[in-house]
Write a protein that binds this ligand. Structure first.
Ligand SMILES: [Mg+2]
Length: 236
């Protein structure tokens, strides 16, 4: 008997190329961030720099990133400053490291906006999606975006996954990582998959799913596909 195989895909930066926060930020001709959108978030980050490092900053768009710049030196900050930001929950996710410097992360809730849904297919992964007989999509995007996602699928001519499009519901008490894991486990329970492929750009979620499946279904072959090609293209 042939083996039952399922291919599971994440959406953002896996099946789709997701627009970056930097694309949504207004800048002047020198790429300096100007007032007009997300002002409150930029004020919060400024306040955090003052509070944690006693530094005044402004923000500059460089490549695909928004970079906090030290007002005294006109230079970006070393990634080491992330340690200070990680000490507080309110600032712990403000910055991410990139090529040794501290760059700004998208503000909380950025991905809740329908405007941030990508309209660009990530070709190599989309090929795998097309070739898979049994497929499922699990995304951390909110259930409220289902209609919008369906219309994008229609517009781009993408077939609906025959084993479901699962969106995150905030009413549930679980976080996105657990939501993904539970959805995978549930599908194995229901359909008895022998082999499960998981395509995801978050390495930590991929590993967590692999561990969970190995624990609950040791006989199931779990194939991890870490998707890096979209983020690798982003440059400073
Ligand atoms: Mg993703």
């Amino acid at each position: 008997m042939s083996k039952k195989e399922l291919h599971i895909f994440d959406l953002d930066n896996t099946l789709f190329e997701t627009p970056e926060f930097a694309e949504f930020v207004k800048v002047d001709s020198n790429n300096i961030v100007i007032k007009g959108n997300h002002d409150e978030y930029f004020m919060n980050v400024k306040a955090a720099f003052l509070d944690l490092l006693s530094k005044y900053v402004y923000f500059k768009r460089t490549g695909d990133f928004i970079v906090p710049i030290n007002q005294q030196t006109d230079k970006p900050f070393d990634e080491d400053i992330l340690d200070y930001f990680k000490k507080k929950i309110s600032t712990s996710k403000m910055l991410i490291p990139h090529n040794g410097i501290a760059v700004l992360n998208a503000f909380p809730g950025f991905h809740k906006s329908p405007d941030t849904l990508g309209l660009v297919i990530n070709e190599p992964i989309f090929q795998d999606y097309e070739n898979a007989d049994n497929k499922m999509i699990i995304t951390g995007r909110n259930e409220e975006l289902r209609e919008k996602i369906n219309s994008i699928f229609k517009y781009l001519g993408i077939k609906q996954p025959n084993y479901g499009l699962y969106l995150y519901s905030q009413n549930g008490k679980t976080n996105i990582e657990n939501f993904k894991i539970q959805t995978i486990i549930q599908s194995i329970k229901e359909h008895g998959w022998d082999i499960v492929h998981f395509y995801e750009d978050r390495k930590d979620w991929l590993m967590a799913a692999q561990r969970a499946v190995a624990q609950v279904f040791p006989g199931v072959e779990f194939v991890s596909h870490l998707v890096t090609n979209v983020k690798d293209k982003r440059s400073l």
